[in-house]
Each structure stands twice: as structure tokens, then as C-alpha cells.
Design a binder for this molecule. Sequence first.
Ligand code: ADP
Ligand code: MG
Length: 330
Amino acid sequence: MHINEFDLIRQYFDQPGLADAADSIALGIGDDCALLRPIAGHVAAITTDTLVAGRHFSADTPAHAIGWKSLAVSLSDLAAIGATPQAFLLALTLPEFNASWLADFAAGLHALSNETSIHLIGGDTTRGPLTINITAIGQVPEMQALRRAGAKPGDFVCVTGALGDAALALRLTKPPLSLADDLSDASSFALYESLQKRLDYPTPRLAEGIRLRGIASAAIDLSDGLAGDLRHILDASNVGVEINVDDLPMSPAFEWFHDHRQRLQLQASGGDDYELCVCIPPQRLAEAQAAVGHLLKPVGRITARTGLRWLDHNGAVLNVELKGYDHFRS
Ligand code: ADP
Ligand code: MG
């Protein structure tokens, strides 16, 4: 089957009428540029992320999941700065034209874009090794953006959701681990699937980011693992932190499947969680928890002394060196 670039865009990515649904979008797909109207009192939050086949996802990942996750990672950045999603651009590099792959990819992408009311307003389509780049644009009241700088000694460090699921899912799918025995009953199979879903279909914490506007002193999303991402807050805010490792939240599936000797490694260095890590002044913790709900869990405190310390349940400092994910580490 032959299809040209413009038919491909029209067929898979243009959603007529969608752009008209949003007042702030004056022009969507189809011209030299999209046109956005500024929103009074707001600043535009803009972020871009690239997913490369073989590096960010394996060749056997379903196209539907790739579509979802490509957008989810950018929405997670919008969430972390407290922005409301507005529009996104999709730059797609494809090795070949594959109709069923494209249909599945577009379905996954649009499932999340519809759920989060973000509109595809343009992009670029080229041929080459499979690579997906998404630039997302959001809006946030200027003084309420959740930046990395701003954490103060005494602030609680909180995380949303649970940590380590994606890293554990990756580990369980890698040989030589055999899961055959563990998965023999229906309930453990469902738990296993929920782990896999956390890896393939991460939930960007958009509502939580928006609710923490004007409350959190600093925020970041956890894409490379708590150990690596927290350091960005520490550097930007010029503070240190103590994390109580026993308080790191685990999902039921994580509790069921993890090897306890690997718990901290998975939860702090694993990456791909797409949860938020936020700092909350002590006098505002109750307000933050009421705004976000049970999903927000304190796991440590910001300290004046710089550096990152992991504490056991007795408050003793653990002698561990944990790192986040780094593409250029050899
Ligand atoms: P130009 O050559 O002027 O950059 P293109 O031919 O690359 O324009 O794209 C034509 C229109 O289609 C533009 O509005 C562009 O934003 C949009 N577009 C191209 N590729 C994609 C894509 N993968 N998803 C969404 N819109 C796209
Ligand atoms: Mg172009």
C-alpha cells in the first residue's frame, strides 16, 4: 500500500474539530505553524521529550502503548510544573509505512490526549529509525509554577502513587527469572499485569500538580528514579535531604513480587515511575494532603546540610550509593 506524507497525517493524526474545541487554539494542523492565543495571567510551560526504539522501549512493545507513553512522559513534565495541558506537537520518524502499527500508535496517543484534553496542533513526519518526539505546551499562572528551586530546610518531601513498579516490571520480564510458578493463579497474574501496565501506560499526575500550585515549595517528576531526580531539587534549592527508605510507597503488586534485597534499588534508582516528588512546608502538609488525597505520602525531610541521605527505620544513615538513570554514563 502506498500513502503519501500528507495523507498519513490526515488519516492518523488530524482530528477535525478538536482544535476548534479549545478557545486558546486559533489554528491547528495543516498550515506552516499552529497559532495559539496567549491566556491572560498565565505563562506557557513548554517541554519536549524523545523516545528512541531500542533505548526507551523494546522492539516488542505494542504500538498502542508506545503512543500512550510518548505523550505521557511529556504530560508528566507539565504536571511537575503545575501546568494545565493545552496543545502538543508530534515529530515522528518512521522506518516504513505500516498501517496497522500507525493505527495502533495513533489510538494509544489519542486515548491519552482525549483523557487529558490536550490537542495535537502539528508536527513533522520523516523516514528513518523509529523515533518519537513530542513537544507539549501547558498553561500555568506565572507565580504558581512549581519549580525545582524553592525547597527549604524542614519541608516534607512527598511522593505521589507508588515507586518501583516500572523497574520491577522490566526486571521480571528479563530472563533468567522464571515467573511460571508465581503466575499460576489468577490473582497473581492480575497483579503482574498491573505492574506491566505501570511500565507501558504511565499516568501523568496532572490533577495532583495543578492542586499543589501555590502549596508546594518545589517539585519534579520522577522519570530517572528518585535518587537522580531528587538531586535536581537539592541542587536548584541548595539544600539536602533525608529519606526514610521504609516509607517509600509500594503498590500491592510491588509488595507481592519484589525481592526485598532489591527494594531500595528498584524504588530509588529504577526510573520510569512518572510520579511527582514535591516539597511541602510543614504548616501546609495537611492542606496538601487534603488537596491531593491519600496519593500524597511523606517520605523524608529537607535539611540545611547538603547531600542525600537514606535512613533506615531506626533513623540510621544507610551506606548506599544510588544513582538515577543517565544516557551518557558508560
Ligand atoms: P512544513 O513543510 O511547512 O514544515 P509539513 O509538510 O512538515 O509542513 O507539515 C504539514 C502540516 O502537517 C503542518 O501543519 C504540520 O504541523 C503537520 N504535521 C506534520 N507531521 C505531523 C504529525 N506527525 N502529526 C501532526 N501534525 C503533523
Ligand atoms: Mg515540516
